[in-house]
Design a protein around this ligand. Sequence first.
Ligand SMILES: C[S@@+](CC[C@H](N)C(=O)[O-])C[C@H]1O[C@@H](n2cnc3c(N)ncnc32)[C@H](O)[C@@H]1O
Length: 216
Amino acid sequence: MNRILEPEYMDSVEEAASYSTMDNSAANSSFVAAVAAAGGTEGNLLDIGTGPGDIPILLAEQYQGLQVTAFDAAEEMLKLAEEKVASAGLSKRIEVRQGDAKKMPFPENHFDVVISNTILHHIPEPIKLLEEARRVLKPAGVLVIRDLFRPENEAEAWRLVELHAGEGSEQQRRMLFDSLHAALTLEEARDLANAAGLSAASVEMTSDRHYTIVLS
Ligand SMILES: C[S@@+](CC[C@H](N)C(=O)[O-])C[C@H]1O[C@@H](n2cnc3c(N)ncnc32)[C@H](O)[C@@H]1O
């Protein structure tokens, strides 16, 4: 099926709240495990497209040597992230920042670890995010970028929706379907990583609906 874009930012109150109440705990834990396996458990870490901040909170709770910047463009998402970070007692270790992933307000070679989970498919020109991620990462830094991949056809996309969001609301099921439709194929992701100067990274399928780009 063809790539059909969805809105870039998730900035309505309803969309942010709906995303935030989805149960992503298993997927978040497996992403945190991938970051740890790549060695990204110390230093300053940037999470691009942090949404409600669940992944930075999990990482900061598990790895005391991390100082985290949780970055997103959507004000409504960041309000939720700020509340969650404060109630986890992590405001001193997780800084919430607003801005565009395609042009980030950070210097070159700044972060030890750069991560991002399920945002690439939101971006019409995803190469810009990868180039920015590479720019702000220190030369020997760790990069872990995971996203959904685009299935071959809509029947397969709906099968994945039923499997992973079958218990969710109509809006949550539709959000996952639209995200799968907006995502890249594995081949497209590999081409993009090469074009963004990340040819040393591995780009592999890591679940029935995700691929992960890893530089470690
Ligand atoms: C599907 S959510 C994923 C949130 C989080 N990474 C997670 O795994 O729970 C995608 C997030 O990327 C953000 N986003 C999309 N385009 C962006 C951009 N250009 N700059 C910064 N954030 C962006 C959206 O606002 C949304 O919060």
